[in-house]
Design a protein around this ligand. Structure first.
Ligand SMILES: [Zn+2]
Length: 330
């Protein structure tokens, strides 16, 4: 065997290992997505079938493989098991492989590992947001801490004397990234829009405030119930007529953490991607749902997070080629 063949086999083995490690982490991420919003323990290890309640045996908990072997059915009762868990495991494996593909050890040190830890947090946040339209504070803090820790690690050398890791974006770009998009979202979502809308335009918001005050002041049960009904009606009117606040505090924090980890070009890529795909999704959603009561709002977080993941792998190249196209001359 010549040296190239050995190298090739070694590389394939590394990728296989990274994938297997990724799907194992993905299995833990499923637990986080499912249990964290309910405040349940992450370590109590007893997964049950959702239909018959039978405890799932250790050997049936192998990421991805178990679902395929059992053909998506519970071993005890034969009830269908959603492919979602398996898909999240596979997704994590693939994203881990991409971390190593775009930032191999030979060029960026252990950056791929920190990026994988960061993206793990993003996966949890995206699916939590999809399920509950909220992101867990603990996971938001986790992503911020991983981003900060990655910057700290750039100060250390590995045993060979090379830096332990090098980040694709420099510190300045990351600090700008941390405040630019998140600052803009903060300003638009929580200052400008509410000011214009609830302060000057919407009668509904004024009604809601008046009713809420009356509700708090009311002391008998009958008045309260009557007011509660009115409040529900006004809230429904706001939902239907109001501007859709596409994002919340979680989105702003995740964009700040994303900027600190990936630099401003990646966050700009993410927000442009999210606005375009989110708008397309919103139009399609409106067209296909005929439920009159359905809210126009949907979780914007998964779009931002998918944009961040794209930004993570492409670095600044999308923004660079755009700037080059616009201002780069002939
Ligand atoms: Zn079962």
């Amino acid at each position: 065997m010549n040296i190239e063949t050995i190298e090739l086999i070694f590389n394939i083995m590394v990728y296989v290992f990274v994938f297997l490690f990724g799907i194992t982490i993905g299995s833990f991420l499923n637990v986080c997505i499912y249990r964290l919003p309910k405040g349940e323990s992450l370590t109590a290890n007893n997964s049950h079938c959702m239909t018959c309640g039978t405890e799932i045996k250790r050997y049936d908990l192998i990421p991805v493989l178990s679902w395929l072997i059992l053909r998506g059915k519970c071993r005890a009762c034969g009830a269908k098991i959603t492919p979602r868990y398996m898909l999240i495991e596979a997704l994590t494996g693939i994203l881990f492989v991409l971390c190593y593909f775009f930032y191999p050890y030979t060029s960026n040190g252990i950056y791929f590992a920190m990026l994988a830890l960061f993206i793990s947090g993003l996966i949890v946040l995206a699916f939590q947001d999809l399920d509950t339209q909220e992101m867990c504070v603990s996971v938001l803090i986790y992503t911020g801490l991983i981003a900060a820790a990655t910057h700290v690690l750039t100060l250390f050398d590995s045993s060979t004397g090379d830096p332990l890791l090098t980040m694709p974006a420099d510190l300045k770009s990351c600090l700008i990234g941390m405040v630019s998009v998140s600052g803009a979202l903060l300003l638009i979502g929580f200052v400008i829009t509410p000011l214009i809308y609830s302060g000057f335009i919407s009668q509904d918001h004024k009604d809601l405030r008046r009713l809420t005050r009356a509700y708090k002041a009311a002391d008998d049960e009958k008045t309260r119930r009557k007011l509660d009904k009115k409040i529900t009606a006004v809230k429904k009117a706001i939902r239907e007529n109001g501007p859709v606040f596409g994002f919340g505090m979680g989105d702003i924090v995740v964009m700040a953490a994303g900027g600190l980890m990936l630099g401003w070009k990646a966050t700009v890529t993410a927000v442009v991607f999210a606005i375009i795909t989110g708008a397309v999704f919103g139009i399609i959603k409106r067209a296909v749902t005929d439920d009159e009561d359905a809210s126009n709002a949907f979780a914007f977080g998964p779009f931002l997070i998918l944009g961040l993941v794209i930004g993570a792998y492409t670095g600044g190249s999308i923004v660079d080629s755009y700037l080059n196209y616009m201002f780069g001359g002939m």
